[in-house]
Design a protein around this ligand. Structure first.
Ligand code: HEM
Length: 299
């Protein structure tokens, strides 16, 4: 049977985003869980051109649809280096929702309805409203997404091609908080060396430092670059700014390899970006195909 990926993973042009990370309450029966999850399909949650992507933490997906769990799906493992002073914490939750649309109003309405539908079985552990910043820039002012696969090639990068989990996507989600005061205090040249690209036009630097972000995350294996499909969005208030990093991949080991390179696992070379941005969470999720999702909810 052919499988269709959740279309919201690839939908473009939405400027308002809202992410919910939820924890299932202890002792909740699987039938009650399914019943609550089915309410996400009721009109309202996805009305008004709103996109909804539903993903599960490994243990919840195992409860809901064990036959569709890919062998590679595991909880996020914390990275801890430099005597525990640097790394990525594991903050693994059970359920992850991403609502995105054309305005903060419809997105917030959808998020409130979704949280209410799930309230009997799950608690919102983290809520992150986020937005497209200017012309697709991260809050550091650099364009984020230049080397992302174009949407027509993205499914090949992001979707499990066959076997258990076919049509679904592995995900990594990390909430980063920037130290913009420190980043903004750098000269333009220094900032460009942090990323490895020019700030205005996102052109790759010819003489980039080995610690530049793109020098660390570009990994070649057997002559092929490892690819992931990034769908992160920035967030910010006067007090705190950051990036809610979201990436999809057919193979979750690509995330781990990139994160290990950012944190110098093996070669002690750190991504300079990690001097200016601190991860506050780290989770692995699985966004099943539409057919597998329907099956998981039907029981
Ligand atoms: C604070 C967190 C992060 C920020 C601000 C950030 C920002 C950026 C920017 C500005 C670029 C260059 C433009 C582009 O090609 O999109 C980039 C590229 C990239 N980033 Fe990040 N990033 C962050 C975290 C991560 C993480 C955690 C990963 C992987 C797990 C990652 C993987 C990549 C990849 C694969 C590229 C494309 C490299 C290329 O092919 O040239 N990034 N990022």
């Amino acid at each position: 049977m052919s499988r269709t990926a959740q279309p919201g993973i690839f939908a473009q042009g939405t400027r308002s985003h809202h992410y919910l990370e939820l924890t299932v309450r202890p002792d909740v029966e699987v039938t009650a869980l399914r019943q609550a999850l089915r309410r996400l399909r009721e009109p309202g949650v996805t009305a008004g051109g709103l996109n909804l992507v539903v993903a599960f933490g490994p243990s919840l997906y195992r409860r809901l649809h064990p036959e569709d769990v890919p062998a590679a799906l595991r909880d996020f493992e914390a990275i801890s280096v430099a005597g525990g002073t640097r790394g990525v914490p594991s903050v693994q939750r059970d359920l992850w929702l991403w609502l995105h649309g054309t305005g903060a109003d419809v997105v917030l309405d959808g998020a409130r309805l979704a949280a209410a539908a799930l309230a009997p079985v799950a608690e919102v552990a983290l809520e992150q409203p986020a937005h497209v910043y200017r012309d697709g820039r991260d809050m550091t002012g650099f364009i984020d997404g230049t080397e992302n696969p174009p949407v027509e090639e993205a499914p090949e990068v992001a979707v499990v091609p066959h076997g258990p989990g076919a049509g679904g996507s592995h995900m990594v989600v990390i909430r980063w908080v920037h130290d913009l005061a420190a980043f903004d205090a750098l000269s333009l040249d220094e900032q460009q060396q942090v990323i490895g690209r020019t700030k205005l036009a996102s052109e790759e630097l010819e003489d980039k430092a080995p610690t530049a972000h793109i020098a660390r995350v570009v990994i070649e294996e057997d002559g092929e670059e490892l690819e992931i499909y990034r769908r992160s969005t920035p967030f910010g208030t006067v007090g705190e700014q950051g990036l809610y990093f979201v990436a999809f991949s057919a193979d979750p080991s690509r995330f781990t390899k990139m994160l290990h390179r950012m944190y110098g696992v093996g070669d002690q070379v750190f991504d300079r970006l990690t001097d200016f941005s601190r991860p506050t969470t780290g989770g692995h999720y699985f966004a099943p195909s539409l057919q597998a999702l329907a099956h998981a909810l039907a029981g």
